[in-house]
Design a protein around this ligand. Structure first.
Ligand code: GDP
Length: 324
């Protein structure tokens, strides 16, 4: 675990009290479980390591801790764990009394910050599907206030917490995860520039976590459409596309899908790398210039392969430079 190559991969830790929803988040986002099935999940009672090769450039682990991690247990080497962590996600159940959770949050982030101040601290205010809109905002405000008051009391003003309202019953969990992952990708500005050659598009991995978008803000509706497009392509090819030999893949170089919508736009999905796809929402008239789109796509794909080949070879040799 503490070899240099393992350290160069951003690791994401998922923590929180028992029953806060950690296993459900992990199953829904990375294992395509439907939200209703999570009702029957066994509660987590050990440190769980999930190796997810989300793409060639974000390899991350999710460590699902039991709620009651004992920092004073000498067999639990939290220093080693925090040292190799890129982001720590703390899940708080918003449908429950969150006083105890706030105490654990404070204890956890202050410990982690002392070991590694570079960690991104992300708080998921979770299960908000059960809350009215007013209640959501009030809960977020209250949790934000209390958590930051605790930090100020401990003179830890430098420790920054980011907050997200999440639920596994809609796309908010994918959107929050996307933002967490994006902060860990040094090539992000390059990606955004590359995407600006398209009109409106989203660069996603097959777990529906979007890695980058063009510089116009993403609206939830477009994002949901793009997610649905990925589901359609992967589900249909899993069910009807796979041949019996174990070598075939549901998602490969040939993967491509076009759906014309009734509002004069076109959804366009195309494979970029083994785990990444470009999903664009194009105006119908731009889609008529198919040659231009193909040409732009070809440039984009080539650039992505260059950007990530460079960065993975610098990672292998341990050099700290990144292409920009
Ligand atoms: P863990 O102990 O932190 O791993 O928690 P689990 O993943 O086992 O979740 C505990 C319960 O919370 C399960 O019954 C889930 O179905 C439920 N749950 C998880 N996420 C959500 C959510 O976003 N909304 C709602 N309403 N329930 C959720």
């Amino acid at each position: 675990e503490n070899s240099p190559s393992a350290d160069s991969k951003p690791r994401i830790l998922l923590m929180g009290l028992r029953r806060s929803g950690k296993s459900s988040i992990q199953k829904v986002v990375f294992h395509k479980m439907s939200p209703n099935e999570t009702l029957f999940l066994e509660s987590t009672n050990k440190i769980y390591k999930d190796d997810i090769s989300g793409s060639s450039f974000v390899n991350f682990h999710i460590w699902d801790f039991p709620g009651q991690v004992d920092f004073f247990d000498p067999t639990f080497d939290y220093e080693m764990i925090f040292r190799g962590t890129g982001a720590l996600i703390f899940v708080i159940d918003a449908q429950d009394d969150y006083v105890e959770a706030l105490g654990r949050l404070h204890l956890t982030v202050s410990r982690a910050f002392r070991v590694n101040p570079e960690i991104n601290f992300e708080v998921f205010i979770h299960k908000v599907d059960g809350l009215s809109d007013d209640h959501k905002i009030e809960t977020q405000r209250d949790i934000h206030q209390r958590a930051n008051d605790d930090l100020a009391d401990a003179s830890l003003e430098k420790l920054h917490l980011s907050f997200y309202l999440t639920s596994i019953y809609d796309h908010s969990i994918f959107e929050a995860f996307s933002k967490v992952v994006q902060k860990l990708i040094p090539q992000l500005p390059t990606l955004e520039n590359l995407l600006n050659i398209f009109i409106s598009c989203i660069f996603v991995n097959i777990f529906k976590i979007y890695i980058a978008t063009d510089s116009s803000p993403v609206d939830m509706q477009s994002y949901e459409l793009c997610c649905d497009m990925i589901d359609v392509v992967i589900d249909v090819s899993c069910i009807y596309g796979l041949k019996d030999d174990s070598n075939s893949n549901a998602y490969d170089k040939e993967s491509l899908a076009i759906i014309k919508l009734n509002n004069t736009t076109v959804l366009y999905l195309k494979e970029v790398t083994k785990f990444l796809a470009l999903v664009c929402i194009l105006r119908e008239e731009s889609f008529e210039r198919k040659g231009l789109i193909d040409y732009n796509f070809h440039c984009f794909r080539k650039a992505i392969h260059e950007v990530f080949e460079v960065s993975s070879s610098t990672q292998r040799t341990g050099a700290a430079v990144h292409s920009s």
